[in-house]
Design a protein around this ligand. Structure first.
Ligand code: SAM
Length: 248
């Protein structure tokens, strides 16, 4: 029953959209989007004028049904969010789930995502990474999640709103300790982009050194917990004693 195109849009720099995405968006019949004003503004920069279907957190199932009807009638529909990749801490995942269950082919047109962009320029060695997204807004729930993540053997990636950045970094300092490396990636691809790496103990001072740093969009990366060198040779001793017993 047709194809849904999941299209990534810029996270700041307007030019960060693929040629394939622009070509496809000029051909399709309608676009499901998070905020119609936002998408209309992006499209006007590229001379694209398409009917927009508002798809937000609270009506995804309903929008999925609408899209399904239109796809079955032979229309071509795309899904975008306000910024970056749809479904990544943004509406879209539910729509994709419902449509796939209904037999629709869903195909991605890849592009920007703040998490991967931050990771790629972080300087952290990220053999494994764990995308957390937004932490809970309530301090108690936030801290208990941080405790659960504390010994994860992977670089942790968080999204955070500017008005919470200072509190969140302070909570991370308390739970993860001052020696852990953090990367604060702010306003990526925009005019005042900053990607600052430091020990967690130095992060509050960096944030308060410039009042602009309490504004703007942030990705926070926290290095994996360093593997502690073990002095525990009890397992080796146990094996040795079995071998000695066998030999005697
Ligand atoms: N779908 C998007 C993506 O693929 O990255 C994420 C949308 S989420 C609602 C918005 C959050 O992503 C922001 O609060 C911030 O944490 C992060 N973000 C988005 N754009 C960013 C940018 N240019 N620089 C830093 N962080 C950004």
């Amino acid at each position: 029953a047709g194809t849904l195109y999941v299209v990534a849009t810029p996270i700041g720099n307007i030019a960060d959209i693929s040629l394939r995405a622009l070509h496809l968006l000029s051909l399709i019949d309608a676009v499901a989007c998070e905020d119609t004003r936002n998408t209309a503004q992006l499209f006007s920069r590229y001379g694209i004028n398409k009917p927009l279907i508002a798809a937000h957190q609270h009506n995804e199932r309903e929008v999925a049904e609408k899209i399904l009807t239109r796809l079955r009638a032979g229309e071509r529909i795309a899904l975008v969010s306000d910024a970056g990749t749809p479904g990544i801490s943004d509406p879209g995942a539910k729509i994709v789930e419902v449509l796939k269950q209904s037999g629709v082919h869903v195909t991605p047109l890849p592009g920007a995502s703040a998490a991967i962009s931050a990771l790629s320029a972080s300087g952290l060695l990220h053999e494994r990474f764990y995308f957390v997204g937004f932490l809970p807004a309530k301090a108690g729930q936030r801290d208990s999640m941080l405790h659960k993540l504390e010994s994860t053997d992977a670089t942790l990636i968080f999204y955070e709103a500017p008005h919470r950045i200072t509190d969140t970094v302070q909570a991370m300092l308390t739970v993860f300790g001052g020696e852990r490396q953090i990367v604060l990636a702010r306003e990526l691809t925009k005019l005042f982009e900053e990607i600052h790496r430091c020990a967690l103990s130095d992060a509050p001072a960096w944030l308060s050194a410039d009042s602009h740093r309490e504004k703007g969009e942030y990705v926070i990366l926290v290095d994996a917990k360093p593997v502690a060198e073990s002095n525990d040779d009890s397992e080796a001793r146990r094996v040795l004693s079995i071998l000695l017993e066998e030999c005697s």
